[in-house]
Design a protein around this ligand. Structure first.
Ligand code: N01
Length: 542
């Protein structure tokens, strides 16, 4: 019996759809991967489901969408010219500016001619005899490649609403992760928003300004720190540009890859007044730096509680209704879920047209034609916004029918949680690479440098294989098992696993509870470099 693998490779060659590398995704990872591979003289085709580049910033167009990493850091560093010529207008770039940047990069490096838009990948199958991947798209096309690189993103598959009665609602519904390009005008409408993570924290103040009434349905309150966003002055931008090499090098020494350092002080080793002063200083500065105020905030429960107390006190200062303030006070671990960065979030709850509903006290029972019923009370709304997040880290990979050397499906292999070597490679799936895959620091860091580190590692690896006439690379089972154990060992020494976060898959019913990212950028980079320097130890090459 002929298999797909038997027939597809020769046909692909004949049809001109045979490449050295197929890259899936044209977000920041896919764009730079294409640039690097082209530089090696390889034939590359990028397949992208959207009609344009930008990935996350193409899809997430909800009101207030903005990066939580400062714009001067959330940018490529592979091209010194690009780094110098691009001007950011604000401390934190908003979605339209980030999308402009992605488009600028695509144009500047002439990337579009190798990107096929409006093309969603359905399946990828490894041909064990020919050492080639056969990639099938949803519109029925087939491509072949020696290597397949998944640049599919960590937060790209929306968590679909599965509430009882979801489909019966008569009005429009929107998911923050798939926002309409033409925008939404909420003027005069009664709006219900479900979720209070980063996307909701950013969009609530803006929707509240427009809507006749906004009902916020909260299951778990988030820890929120002010962004303190502001226009970026020319003087500030020039100061960073003058110091870029040093700042970028310094960021590589940080656990989270950010410019801002974690201090080497324990929160428990200082006086109450000193602790308060330190939290205040970081809070006033704004942004993700808050969790770096002390070095034990994510290790020691008591230290973390002091950081939580400080933030809860700020909520009580801003929110006028004491009951609403208490409902907004998180009882979890600061930083256990990604910190949210806001502009006017708590202030929105002082508006007469905003109502907070605590789903812990009044669970969401059903969505009806006219609205939502929680705890026996009906809320009539015209529009529902689902700000319920993503099937993070694994969703974008497992929804593609990826089959390895013996026909094993990746989704089956990962049924009990993702297993990778370095987050880059999976045993049984030769010549397949994932950029910022589970088991790598990715979402716990500034994504752009992390993406660049992975892209450079993969490009160097492919170059090494070709120079030595190897046709195949595959992570060994032993190396993979040891790496999975290492990822877990490090996570267990922290407070991260105590939170029901998407880092653990806890937001998706039925998803195995496994801590997915690797904690610590510098030791991770060192490990990747050692593996490469030792002729790709932990991999079988043939
Ligand atoms: O998603 P989330 P997000 N019933 O998963 C709730 C990045 N990002 O899109 O916590 C009721 O954080 C859920 O409640 P709970 C950033 O890394 C960055 O906001 O599961 N509620 C939660 O409140 C971020 O972490 C930026 O109990 C339900 C919310 O929906 C990540 O993307 C901006 C529910 C989902 O929050 C995801 O953020 C935006 C249910 N069945 C996003 N299911 C910036 O750069 C879920 N929820 C600033």
């Amino acid at each position: 019996m002929q298999t797909l693998a038997d027939t597809a490779a020769p046909r692909a060659r004949a049809e001109g759809v045979d490449f050295d590398v197929v890259v899936v995704g044209a977000g920041f990872a896919g764009l730079y991967m294409l640039h690097r591979l082209r530089g090696l003289g390889l034939s590359v085709r990028v397949l992208e489901a959207a009609s344009g580049v930008g990935g996350t910033w193409y899809w997430n167009r909800y009101p207030g969408a903005r990066c939580d990493v400062e714009s001067v850091e959330y940018s490529y560093q592979f091209s010194l010219e690009l780094q110098q010529e691009w001007d950011w207008s604000e401390r934190y770039a908003a979605q339209p500016e980030l999308l402009r940047y992605a488009n600028h990069v695509a144009d500047r490096f002439d990337l579009r001619r190798d990107i096929q838009f409006d093309t969603r990948v359905r399946a990828a199958t490894f041909d064990d005899t020919a050492n080639r991947w056969i990639i099938e798209t949803e519109n029925g096309a087939r491509l072949c490649a020696s290597y397949c690189v998944m640049a599919t993103g960590c937060l790209s598959v929306p968590n679909e609403p599965k509430f009882k009665g979801t489909g019966t609602f008569a009005g429009p519904t929107y998911h923050t992760g798939r926002w309409p390009h033409e925008g939404v005008d909420f003027s005069g409408q009664r709006v219900g928003i479900i979720g209070t993570g980063s996307s909701a924290v950013q969009s609530i103040p803006i929707i509240a300004e427009q809507a006749a009434h906004l009902y916020v349905f909260q299951r778990t309150p988030s820890f929120v720190v002010p962004a303190r966003n502001a226009p970026l002055s020319q003087r500030e931008a020039e100061a960073v540009k003058a110091e870029y090499p040093a700042l970028r090098a310094l960021a590589k020494t940080r656990r989270n890859g950010l410019f801002c350092a974690t201090t080497d002080m324990s929160a428990l080793a200082v006086s109450d007044a000193e602790r308060e002063r330190a939290f205040r200083e970081r809070y006033d500065r704004g942004g993700l730096c808050y969790t770096g105020t002390f070095n034990d905030l994510l290790i020691d429960q008591r230290a973390n509680e002091s950081a939580a107390d400080f933030l809860r006190a700020r909520i009580r200062e801003v929110v006028k209704d004491p009951d609403v303030a208490e409902t907004l006070c998180p009882r979890t671990v600061v930083g256990g879920k990604r910190l949210c960065i806001d502009t006017g979030y708590y202030e929105a709850f002082n508006r007469p047209n905003v109502t907070l509903i605590d789903l812990n006290k009044a669970p969401l029972e059903v969505i009806t034609r006219d609205g939502l019923i929680t705890g026996g009370k009906a809320y009539r709304v015209d529009t529902i916004v689902y700000a319920i997040g993503f099937d993070a880290m694994t969703g974008a990979l497992t929804r593609i029918d990826i089959r390895g050397k013996d026909g094993t499906r990746l989704a089956e292999k990962w049924a009990q949680g993702p297993r990778t070597y370095l987050g880059l490679s999976v045993a049984g799936f030769p010549n397949l690479f994932a950029i910022t895959g589970p088991g790598s620091p990715s979402v716990l860091t500034n994504m752009l440098p992390t993406i660049e580190q992975h892209v450079d590692w993969i490009a160097d690896c492919i170059d090494y294989l070709r120079a030595r006439k190897f046709r195949r690379i595959e992570a060994t089972q032993d190396a993979e098992s040891a790496w999975v154990a290492e990822v877990n060992r490090i996570a267990e020494g922290t407070l991260f696993p105590t939170c029901n976060s998407w880092y653990l898959g806890a937001n998706i019913p039925g998803k195995p509870r496994v801590f997915m990212p690797y904690i610590g950028f510098p030791p991770y980079v060192e490990k990747c470099n050692d593996v490469a320097a030792n002729g790709y130890s932990g991999f079988a090459l043939s």
